[in-house]
Structure formats: C-alpha cells, structure tokens
Ligand binder design. Sequence first.
Ligand code: ZN
Length: 60
Amino acid sequence: MIVEKVSYRSFGIVTKEDLPFHCPPKDASKWNMHPKVFLSFDEKGRANCPYCGTNYRLEQ
Ligand SMILES: [Zn+2]
C-alpha cells in the first residue's frame, strides 16, 4: 500500500473533534515542529499550513 503511505505523509486527516485545529497537531513528531498556528478549513474542508506546508483535510 505505497500510495496510502504517500498520501498519509502529505495529507493529515482532521476530525471535528480536533477543532479548533492547530499545526503541529498534538501528536506531531519532530519533523514538523514550528510555532503553533491555528488553521481554518475552507468550504471543501481543506487547509494548508504556512509553516510546514502540510495539507490537512477535514473528515466529513
Ligand atoms: Zn505545520
């Protein structure tokens, strides 16, 4: 399942329980450490972190 691994690295799935969502997330590992920033999701449920470039998708 290589494709799933790749998408997992570039996209983070956010559930509504995680809102308000901030990056790095609570369970973040060292590779994406940066000042905590709150992200808002657009109408398609997508957000992009300006610090680490990670894309997040809000689970519907
Ligand atoms: Zn980030």
